[in-house]
Write a protein that binds this ligand. Structure first.
Ligand code: A3P
Length: 343
């Protein structure tokens, strides 16, 4: 029999607050929830997924990539997949990242009304309907039939993943300066119709630091993984570390996965992973979301600037100060430090 226990309370966000947020997040039409003592924030459909994710059967060969959104997940996914799969460029090219890595909880972001809309819009093509089914189906169901070794993408914090995860399989967590995350997530929330964000950056910023965006509170998310960073089955990376010295990051991942590659192989992989190549690589650039109409068409893309510190071009003085205080407050009770912010 399925184990359906889930240790945390899931509470609906008060109706008035939810309605206010839904004026900005047009892709959600029912409401939101907060989960457990840390109050993780999700769309209401998380309720349907929580227990199945928490109790999902794991396999020793599973590799999870976890992060707060826009922290370099896609970059890390391709890096890890390539390192784990003996640098199989042909296969990486042939099978899109979305198929190589089921996104564990993405279905919670697809409101039933939006799901019907996407289906209707793609009804002229069997191929597109199949693709749509693939990217919007329940991650746990998809993973149950995925052959080993499985690669899993998730933005869930450690506490909402199966509690035996680190006893069983491996996880690579990637973190990024939250100011860059905010700018990047703002663009993504405008891009994805599942989110349908219609406000400006400043409003988005204020929701974010009040833990009113999917998968926040941001710092709780990071700290949960940070506190497990010495576990032999956990590798904790920073986006800024990849940006500064990608070959060194590749070597860290290789060591973690017990692989050994020559300098030439590492150089070639770093070239494959460069932002320029990523933008044009259909296997990793999420253009499939545009093709299916899940993201809006136009200039913006899932792979964007790929720069560390780009937030400076977008924050006004007030936001810069607010962010500084917010970061300082949240780092006070922890030894979590962003390497690029250390002197
Ligand atoms: P920006 O929006 O700041 O450009 P995620 O994959 O977690 O959603 O993170 C997306 C962020 O990583 C985006 O940041 C994206 O441009 C950046 N990114 C994706 N691929 C990259 C690469 N190969 N090199 C550097 N940054 C990359």
């Amino acid at each position: 029999m399925e184990n359906n226990s889930f240790p945390y309370q899931i509470e609906d966000l008060p109706q008035e607050q939810a309605e206010h947020l839904m004026k900005y997040l047009k892709g959600e039409l029912t409401g939101f929830v907060r989960v457990g003592p840390k109050g993780y924030f999700f769309p209401h459909k998380y309720k349907n997924e929580a227990a199945d994710i928490y109790n999902m059967p794991l396999r020793p060969s599973d590799i999870f990539i976890s992060s707060y959104p826009r922290s370099g997940t896609t970059w890390t996914q391709e890096l890890v997949w390539m390192v784990a799969n003996n640098l199989d460029y042909a296969k990486s090219n042939e099978i899109p990242l979305t198929e190589r890595y089921p996104f564990l909880e993405f279905c919670m972001c697809v409101h039933p009304v939006m799901a019907e809309r996407f289906k209707a819009e793609n009804s002229g093509s069997e191929r597109k309907l199949k693709l749509l089914e693939l990217v919007t189906q329940r991650g746990t169901a998809q993973l149950a039939t995925t052959p080993s070794p499985r690669f899993v993408k998730t933005h869930l914090p450690m506490s909402l993943l199966p509690p035996t995860l680190l006893d069983t399989c491996r996880i690579v967590y990637v973190a990024r300066d939250p100011r860059d995350v905010i700018v990047s997530f703002y663009h993504l929330n405008r891009l994805m119709r599942t989110q349908g964000y219609v406000g400006d950056l400043k409003t988005f910023f204020n929701f974010f630091i009040k833990d009113l965006h999917h998968w926040t509170p941001y710092f709780e998310h990071l700290k949960e993984a940070w506190n497990l960073r010495h576990h032999p089955r956990m590798l904790f990376l920073f986006y800024e570390e990849l940006a500064k010295d990608l070959p060194a990051a590749v070597r860290r991942v290789a060591k973690f996965l017990n692989k050994n590659y020559s300098d030439e192989e590492v150089t070639r992989l770093c070239d494959h992973l460069s932002i320029e190549n990523f933008k044009n690589n259909k296997s990793v650039n999420y253009d499939v979301m545009k093709e299916l109409g899940i993201s809006v068409s136009g200039e913006q893309s899932f792979i964007r600037k790929g720069k560390a510190g780009g937030w400076r071009d977008h924050f006004d003085e007030e936001m810069t100060l607010q962010a500084e205080q917010w970061i300082a407050e949240n780092l006070r009770d922890t030894d979590l430090r962003f390497p690029h912010l250390e002197n």
